[in-house]
Design a protein around this ligand. Structure first.
Ligand code: SF4
Length: 359
């Protein structure tokens, strides 16, 4: 059978008789929208169809390895293991309003190598498959079912640069927004990138309602490429041209992620550069506090007073601004670090065993 997230394949595989079509639809609703287990959802089907599906679909290409619940707020970090033993993270964020967001990974490790990010220091980058991307949503909804909740917003902001894995990420977005599968409104999905111009334009063309976030972090080219080595190949002028090509409006603003680092990105002159960079671009700016990571001792987070002063200047210039306070600070402090060492070790073992097999 073609992948289960290829909705056209279902009817072709099982025929078009209305009873089967309806029971398959109920099965998918139970499994993908209501957070029931795969086995539980199979009860919607005739024994023959259920047994075929059981034989043909691997419902969980990821294994839940650890769960860490924040003691200070509603965040939960889920650590999953891939079939070759590597670890990835997803984070559930429960807001007081009852809304729940899920931050998902698109790669193991990341080639962008951002200095402030433990994932970027991992030194490996491997794409997650579409099924692995989607399984993070499936398993999160299964966990939330006990709490009478469902993931409401999905952000591609976990491990990896989503636009370095565009084929699997776009197939996942298609499945997430399909009424016949997960049925998420495209406005509830957000893809965050460090800035891959041609892929940003392509994604915007294909999914004009899906939200985009740009991890900008500095509007000074030297500083930005110091923080994000990948930025050397994409000057700010090219990034700005790209933003001007996107279908943005007051209703669909680009989210600008901006890390507040003392004496690097938080000075008055940095605010003025940011305002100039975003001139005439519908943008919403998120000012993010910095969680220190191993191996980046030269970076220090801004004080709350500096973040507020910076935010005030941006608001004066007419931009909507959110000053973020770390959600799940007690578990987020270890973001990427918890698994960094173990992934390096597993990657080393895999390389050794591949080399032995080749010799
Ligand atoms: S911040 Fe994002 S893009 Fe940069 S290294 Fe980390 S995961 Fe990759």
């Amino acid at each position: 059978m073609p992948p289960w997230y290829d909705v056209n394949a279902w009817n072709a595989r099982f025929g078009n008789d209305s009873q089967t079509v309806h029971s398959l639809r109920r099965f998918r609703t139970r499994w993908l929208k209501q957070g029931r287990s795969f086995e539980e959802a199979l009860a919607e089907l005739s024994p023959e169809v259920a047994s075929d599906l059981k034989a043909e679909i691997e419902p969980h290409p990821l294994q839940l390895a650890e769960r860490h619940d924040s003691q200070v707020d509603g965040a939960t970090k889920l650590i999953f293991r891939t079939d070759d033993g590597l670890l990835i993270e997803s984070v559930l964020l429960r807001a007081g309003t009852g809304r729940t967001s899920l931050c998902i990974s698109s790669q193991v490790g990341c080639a962008a190598a951002c200095r402030f990010c433990a994932t970027g220091q991992m030194g490996i980058a491997r794409n997650l498959s579409t099924a692995q991307i989607l399984d993070q949503v499936v398993q999160a909804n299964q966990l939330l079912r006990d709490e009478d909740r469902r993931v409401r917003n999905i952000v591609f902001m976990g491990m990896g640069e989503p636009l370095h894995n565009p084929a699997n990420v776009t197939t996942a977005i298609t499945a997430l927004s399909s009424p016949l599968l997960f049925d998420y409104s495209p406005q509830r999905l957000l893809v965050s990138t460090v800035g891959i111009p041609e892929e940003m334009v392509r994604l915007d063309d294909q999914f004009p309602q899906v939200n985009l976030a740009l991890s900008l972090h500095s509007a000074d080219q030297d500083e930005r490429q110091e923080l994000i080595p990948l930025a050397k190949s994409v000057p700010l002028s090219r990034l700005r041209e790209t933003l001007l090509k996107l279908k943005l409006s007051a209703k669909r603003r680009i989210m600008i992620e901006y890390l507040m680092l003392a004496e690097r990105t938080d000075r008055d002159s940095d605010a003025e550069k940011l305002i100039a960079f975003l001139k005439n671009i519908p943008a919403h700016i998120n000012l993010i506090p910095y969680n220190s990571i191993d191996g980046a001792d030269h970076l220090t987070g801004s004080t709350q007073a500096s973040r507020e002063r910076f935010g005030h200047r941006l608001k004066e210039a007419g931009f909507p601004v959110t000053i973020r306070y770390s959600l799940g600070a007690d578990i987020a402090a270890a973001c990427g670090q918890l698994i960094q060492r173990e992934n390096r070790e597993i990657a080393r073992q895999l390389r050794t065993s591949h080399a032995a097999a080749d010799s």
